[in-house]
Write a protein that binds this ligand. Sequence first.
Ligand SMILES: [Fe+2]
Length: 188
Amino acid sequence: MIPTNEKCFRLMEKYQMLDNIKAHSLVVANVAHLLARSLLNVGISISLEKVIAGALLHDIGKTPSLKSGNDHSEIGRQICLDNNLEEIADIVGEHVRLKNYDLNGGYSAKEIVFYSDKRVNHDGIVSLEDRLAYILERYGRNNLERCRAIKTNFERCREVEKKLFGKLDFSADRLAELAGDEIVEIRG
Ligand SMILES: [Fe+2]
C-alpha cells in the first residue's frame, strides 16, 4: 500500500518523529515532488504518490534508532513492512545508500528520494558539496575509512544528479529557487 500524506503524518506521530526531522522531511518531500513532477512533464513514468510518501517517511526510523543505536534506514524499512507499506519500504531502506542502482536504467522513486535527501541539510536546500561537507564533519569524525565510504556514496549521488538533470529542463543549482513553490501542493 502507498500511504496518503495524512497517513504519513499519522505515522510520524506514532513513531515520535522529532520536530526538526519532520521539518527536514517536508523539505525533502518538496524537492522530491518538484523532481518527480518535472520528470512526469518530460514524459518519464514515475509514481508521484510513491515519491512523496517515501520522502515524507524516509527518516521514520530516526527516533527509534536514537534509542537502539541501530541503522535508521533499516529500522525505517522494517517500520514500513510492519505497517503494510511494502511499496515504499525499499525507498526508506535505501535513502542513505542506494543498492541495485542502474545509471542507464529507468527512473525510480528511490533514486529521487536518495538524491533529494542529499540536497537538504536540516530544512535548507543546499548543494551536494555543502551536504557532503556537513556529513563528513558529523559522521566521518576524522575516521579515514568512514570518510572514504561517505565520499564514495556521494560519487553515486553525483551520478544520480547527472541522470536526473539530463532529462530536466532546469539545472541542479536552481533547485532551491524552484522547490519553494512546491509547498502549497504537498500540503494542499
Ligand atoms: Fe536519514
